[in-house]
Design a protein around this ligand. Structure first.
Ligand code: PGA
Length: 253
């Protein structure tokens, strides 16, 4: 049976000293019943690998190249992530879609590149506030998810992690309500059942202003398999509390 997964997305934060304190604390105190992971900036992958060696806490990157190798200045390949023992790579985070012009097709190619080397892509999807207000949530999600089918066979689709992150909830302190989240997670589950092998084994996360006091309710939703945590993952006590909330939510399933 799948366990819940809580992934910290550090974004472009940290330095060697602060990272070490955070990694040491998280690796010592993360609860055993859930899978915890941190996605760190590229230069700190080696530090994460060393600090988390022998610990159950996994780690990964926040982006990856769609290409395998070659003349792509500034890019980092999935094979390089594997070389550092990463388990995960986030692809299609809304900050990359909005600030760096990544479109649905590129996100799908990146997910395929990650799967090809045996790592797990955490594919982010989610609507903007304008799209929600225009009643287009399902249409946007459908478009983002359908793009994956062009590049991933159904057995590969069954190996993804999907993270629903409404853009308006990211870094705003305004998490989506449990009803809003379950409606979309249920929609994603249904989409997976139509397109992926072992759809019920795919982990679907929610991300967007998850804090210790909101985590339990969000993780206990019927289609919730955990969370993708930005700001709160930079504070060890908060991240650990959120992981503990996931452990409590899994016990009551
Ligand atoms: P947040 O970020 O928890 O700070 O809202 C979530 C994310 O961007 O993954």
């Amino acid at each position: 049976m799948k366990s819940k997964l809580v992934v910290g997305n550090w974004k472009m934060n940290g330095d060697r000293v602060r990272n070490q304190a955070l990694l040491d604390k998280v690796s010592r105190h993360s609860p055993a019943q859930v899978e915890c992971a941190v996605c760190v900036p590229f230069p700190y992958l080696a530090q994460a690998q060393e600090a988390l060696a022998g610990s159950p806490v996994a780690f990964g990157a926040q982006d990856v190249s769609e290409f395998t190798e070659g003349a792509y200045t500034g890019e980092v390949s999935a094979g390089m992530l594997r070389d550092f023992a990463c388990r995960y790579a986030i692809v299609g985070h809304s900050e990359r879609r909005m600030l760096f012009g990544e479109d649905d097709a590129l996100v799908a190619r990146k997910a395929a590149a990650v799967l090809r080397v045996g790592l797990v892509p955490i594919v982010c999807v989610g609507e903007s506030l304008a799209e929600r207000e225009a009643g287009r949530v399902e249409a946007v999600l459908q478009r983002q998810l359908d793009a994956l089918v062009q590049h991933l066979a159904s057995d590969m689709l069954g190996q993804l992690v999907v993270a629903y992150e409404p853009v308006w909830a990211i870094g705003t302190g305004r998490a989506a309500s449990p009803e809003q989240v379950q409606a979309v997670l249920g929609f994603i589950r249904q989409w997976l059942r139509e397109h992926a092998d072992s759809a019920d084994e795919v982990r679907i996360l929610y991300g967007g202003s998850v804090k210790p006091d909101t985590a339990l309710e969000l993780f206990a939703l019927p289609d919730s398999d955990g969370g993708l945590i930005g700001g709160a993952s930079l504070v060890a006590d908060q991240f650990i509390e959120i992981c503990e909330a996931a452990a409590i939510a899994s016990q009551s399933e």
